[in-house]
Every structure is written in structure tokens, then in C-alpha cells.
Design a protein around this ligand. Structure first.
Ligand code: ARG
Length: 574
């Protein structure tokens, strides 16, 4: 919208001064200090440096060519070593708000839509999802939502771990020790118990170890009984995963587990060997990176010395399949930071294999969740925290919060609000932190109504609904017949914050960091609160009241939509 128009003007002016500069590299951002302007571009300095020009002089020439009257900017100034600062006309802000679709939050669909596959969540079957899985699930879902909203084509794939040596042990456990009632009651808990038990026995009982290997080989050979057990384990796991996904409001286009690629693995390794890309080394098959500085000492193993394929082989086959299946511009993998080397190797092998820069491959990684004591977040007895239990606790705590705020609501309504607030709070805290640093999980902070939390933002939305209830007039009619008029300082401050929504979204997408959108929404809600504090709404004279109601309506819609991009719902009562 507005910022896109300024960028356009900037690019046009620049085309006259430096015609060979790539226009897409001329960008603006929010001005770090409002004293200097609304927006700022520092692109000219970078581009001038590259082409050996004088940034300040070029910036001056560009500024001279930016149109005065009729433009969205009321001033364009050169600053420092070659910054350009832009100040936007109030009228342009007003028009922009009045003339756009509120639901789109001033975001224009990408002019060149990309096809992006997001690989996220991806838990391993036969193990309950624990608190660590929430990060990949949230972050991946949020990236998918933001990309779609920005007009891209998105494919989501849950690359579940449904194959591997653990199934030998699991099958032994299933055959010798399964407790049917426990399986019924908590399938993943029972599978986890079986695995632990057999794993432990393998350490002291050579027979159990041998038997596990045999069961694994039988499974790999396709033996019917073992296949059946394996399939059942996947089915039970998926059922429990789906329950959690539905509570979290997360869906996938595909759930192609690792096993989906089994048939391709052997050939793939052979092909890499015969093309000379991979080499035998001490019985294993490896890909070396003699030329890549960062991977020199880290060859990728694509077949183990016992002849088995591994995580890397599967990921290569997966990548190959995806590229054949869809016209992908990019694949985004969302996992924790401990897999950084794995993905660097994967991308490295792929580039050597395919010698093609498409699709772009991105590893979006994140840090750990810490308990209030600063150590990895665990139960009191030191066990892992199950995601289902964490969500239960979130809802229980939020329920108390609703009980005190709104004791008169019906029980079903309270339960619904508690889920929205509780789960929203957990998700928001997770997305708010810089994804690459560890963050401390603290119930009181994340459920607080003060500070940068989901409940705070959800309440900011709810409050707008409350104003319209009190107003009682016909909002639809108001939207159709009236316009926003920006007259007061607080109205302008809020409106100027509102027009930055697309910039916040762009920043979040550029770096795969939803926390930029979180901070933006928090500031937006703050400006809205300032408006309430300083400007009467329902008590204002009719003209002003209508304009303010529309402004509040728009701001509320933005908060609701912004939260929706984070995968968080709102409620019109809280
Ligand atoms: N299942 C893996 C894990 O739990 C994550 C898979 C991520 N995706 C991928 N294509 N490797 O660590």
C-alpha cells in the first residue's frame, strides 16, 4: 500500500539517476526514530558502495526527483552518509485506510507469487509429543499462514518419523509385553513404556538385542505380521497427533512420513555412487565437500556401514520427490537448532547433485524452552512435559482467569474462551521470543493481561467489540456510509501505526521471524489504548464519533487478523 507506493516512487527516481541499479534492492523500512520521518531507506548507501558512487550526492539527486505535490510524501530528506527519510502526508494515511479492504490489513498479494513448501512439526511416531514439539508446530504453521496471506502458494508437509531402528525394539515389546488396556487408554504412553523397557533389556540381555534386530529385519523385508504391528503403531500415533493438532488449530496438506521414501533409498545411493558424487569410506557411503569451507571436515553419510540408509538418505529422497511433485520455489524446514549441520549437509549434497539453485532451501531453526529456573523445561520429577498436559494446564489456568473476569457467562462459553486464551497464550509466548534464543516458560508472564501477551492482545480486540455493543448502532451501515477522518494527534498516531502492518509482515517473512509481527501488534494495541485514554468515542459529537468508531473497528480487525496469522483466535467476550 503506502510503503509500496513510496518504494515505487523511489525506484522510479533512482532509475533516472542510476539506471543500472537493481530496483528490487531499493527498499524502505520504518524510520528508527519518528523525529526523522515515517520511513527511511538505507539502500542507497549499500548500492553506492558497490558501484563506487557517492551515496550522499546520489541520495540528493534521487530526492530531487521524487515528486512533490500529489505524492504520498510531504517531504523527502537526505540524512547522514546517504539515508533518505520520508514523511507521509496525513491525507495519504487517511485515504489509504478509507480505501482499502479492512480484512486485508493493507497487504497486497505478492505480484510474483512463489510456491513454498513448509516442512514442520514432524514428530516421531510411537512417542508422545512433548513441549519441544510446540516450537516447530507453531513456527511452521505461522510461517505457512503468513506466506499464504501474502499471496504465495503454500504446501505443508508433516515429515513424521515413522521408520527406523526403534521399530525392532517396539515390535519385540508389542509381541511380549503389550498391555491392551494401557494401549487403549494412552497409546503413545504405552508404546513409550514398551520401548524403554526393551531398550533397557537389550543392554543386559543379548537375546533381546538379537531378537530386536531380527524383528527389524523382518519388518524391513515386509513380513506381514510385523508390517501390521508397525502400521497399527503409526495409526495410533497419528490419532493422538491429530487430537493435538486440532486443539492447536494446525492442519497439514500432506503427512508423508519417512517410510514413504523407503523404496527409493537404495537406488538413490547407487546413483550417487556411480555418478562419482558419493564414495565408499570404511564400509559406509559418504559425500565429501572438498570445496565448501564450512563442510570440509563434515562429510555426509548416506549409507551406514551395516548397509542401512539413514536420516540423510531419506531427506535426499524426500527433497527429490518434492521437486518432482511440485514446482517449488522454496522449501522451508522448521526444526530445532541441533539439526543445523544436518541441513547444511543436506543442502550441500543437493546442490552438488542437482547443480541448480532452485528451489531455495532454508533451515529455520529455533532454541529451547527453559523452565523458570533457567534449566531445560521439565516436570518436577525431571521428566519431559507432554504437550497435551501443557495445553490442559493452559486451559485450566485460563479458566480461572475467565471465572474472575466474567463469572456470569454460561459454562460452555467459559470453556471456549479458556481454550482460546490458554492456548493462545502458550503459542504467543513461543512466537514472541527471538526464535534462535532459548526462552523461559513462565505461566504468570504469558497469561498476564499486562505486557506483551496473547491475552493482552485478545483483550484489545474484545474491547473493540464491547464498544460496538455499547454503541448499539448499525456498524455495517456506518462502514458503508462514513469515512475515517484523522484530526487528533492520537488518531493520527494510531493510523500511522496501522499503515505499517504490511511492513511488519514483510519483515517477519524476510527473516522467518514472527516475533516482528508480535511486536508490531503489541505497539498497535498500545496506540489504540492511548486513543481510548485521550479521545472520547461514544461521547464525541456525531461526526467525530462515527469516524472514531470506524478507526477502532479497523484497528480491531487488524489485531484479529494479525493474531490469526500467528494461529491465535479471539473472542468477542473475555
Ligand atoms: N522427525 C525429525 C525429528 O523429530 C524432524 C524432521 C524434520 N524434517 C526433515 N525433513 N528432516 O527430529
Amino acid at each position: 500500500m503506502l510503503f509500496e507506493r513510496i518504494e515505487e516512487e523511489l525506484r522510479e527516481a533512482c532509475a533516472q539517476v542510476c539506471p543500472d541499479w537493481p530496483p528490487e534492492e531499493l527498499r524502505i523500512r520504518k524510520c528508527p526514530s519518528p523525529r526523522f520521518g515515517d520511513y527511511q531507506s538505507n539502500s542507497i548507501m549499500a548500492l553506492a558502495k558497490r558501484s563506487g558512487g557517492q551515496a550522499r550526492r546520489i541520495a540528493g539527486e534521487i530526492a530531487e526527483r521524487m515528486p512533490g505535490a500529489g505524492s504520498v510524501c510531504r517531504s523527502v530528506e537526505v540524512a547522514g552518509p546517504g539515508f533518505l527519510n520520508f514523511r507521509v502526508r496525513d491525507q495519504a494515511v487517511e485515504d489509504c485506510l478509507n480505501e482499502s479492504d479492512p480484512e486485508r490489513c493493507l497487504v497486497e498479494p505478492a505480484s510474483v507469487p512463489r510456491t513454498v513448501l513448509v516442512d514442520f512439526s514432524s514428530p516421531n511416531v510411537a512417542k508422545p509429543m512433548h513441549v519441544g514439539h510446540i516450537r516447530s508446530t507453531n513456527l511452521g504453521d505461522c510461517l505457512a499462514r503468513m506466506l499464504r496471506f501474502a499471496g504465495h502458494r503454500v504446501i505443508t508437509d508433516n515429515h513424521i518419523g515413522d521408520w527406523g531402528t526403534q521399530f525392532g525394539k517396539l515390535i519385540v515389546g508389542w509381541k511380549t509385553d503389550l498391555e491392551a488396556a494401557a494401549l487403549e487408554w494412552d497409546a503413545l504412553g504405552e508404546l513409550e513404556r514398551l520401548y524403554r523397557q526393551i531398550n533397557q533389556r537389550c543392554e543386559t540381555e543379548p537375546d533381546t538385542l538379537r531378537r530386536s534386530r531380527e524383528e527389524l529385519v523382518a519388518l524391513q523385508r515386509g513380513e506381514a505380521a510385523n508390517r501390521k504391528i508397525w502400521r497399527r503403531m503409526i495409526e495410533l500415533s497419528r490419532r493422538q497427533f491429530d487430537e493435538l493438532y486440532s486443539r492447536l488449530g494446525v492442519t497439514f496438506d500432506h503427512t508423508l512420513g519417512e517410510s514413504f521414501y523407503n523404496d527409493r533409498l537404495q537406488d538413490l545411493v547407487e546413483e550417487m555412487k556411480s555418478s562419482g558424487l558419493a564414495q565408499e569410506s570404511e564400509g559406509a557411503v559418504m559425500v565429501f565437500f572438498p570445496e565448501a569451507e564450512d563442510l570440509k571436515g563434515h562429510p555426509a553419510m548416506i549409507r551406514k556401514s551395516d548397509g542401512a540408509s539413514n536420516y540423510m538418505t531419506t531427506d535426499l529422497a524426500t527433497l527429490e520427490y518434492r521437486c518432482r511433485q511440485w514446482p517449488l520455489d522454496e522449501i522451508v524446514y522448521v526444526t530445532d537448532g541441533r539439526q543445523q549441520l544436518h541441513f547444511r549437509q543436506l543442502f550441500g549434497v543437493w546442490r552438488r547433485w542437482r547443480q541448480n539453485e532452485i528451489p531455495k532451501l532454508t533451515h529455520v531453526w529455533f532454541g529451547s524452552i527453559m523452565g523458570p529456573d533457567g534449566k531445560p523445561f521439565k516436570t518436577r520429577s525431571g521428566g519431559t512435559i507432554r504437550l497435551a498436559e501443557l495445553l490442559n494446564e493452559a486451559e485450566e489456568r485460563a479458566r480461572k482467569f475467565v471465572e474472575t473476569k466474567n463469572p456470569d457467562l454460561k459454562d460452555g462459553q467459559k470453556r471456549k474462551i479458556a481454550a482460546i486464551v490458554g492456548i493462545g497464550a502458550v503459542k504467543y509466548a513461543d512466537l514472541l521470543s527471538n526464535r534462535q534464543s532459548d526462552y523461559v516458560f513462565d505461566w504468570d508472564t504469558l497469561l498476564s493481561l499486562k505486557g506483551n501477551t496473547a491475552p493482552y492482545l485478545q483483550y484489545a480486540y474484545t474491547r473493540t467489540c464491547g464498544i460496538f455493543r455499547k454503541y448499539g448502532g448499525d456498524l455495517a451501515h456506518l462502514r458503508e456510509t462514513k469515512r475515517i477522518r484523522l484530526e487528533h494527534g492520537e488518531e493520527l498516531d494510531l493510523a500511522r501505526q496501522m499503515i505499517d502492518f504490511p511492513l511488519a509482515l514483510r519483515a517477519a517473512l524476510d527473516e522467518y521471524r514472527p516475533n516482528y509481527l508480535c511486536s508490531y501488534l503489541y505497539d498497535l494495541a498500545g496506540r489504540l489504548a492511548q486513543l481510548y485514554e485521550n479521545c472520547p468515542i461514544l461521547k464525541a459529537a456525531a461526526e467525530t464519533r462515527d469516524s472514531r468508531l470506524l478507526l477502532v473497528d479497523r484497528a480491531g480487525t487488524m489485531i484479529r487478523q494479525g493474531l490469526a496469522l500467528l494461529g491465535i483466535e479471539v473472542s468477542d467476550r473475555m
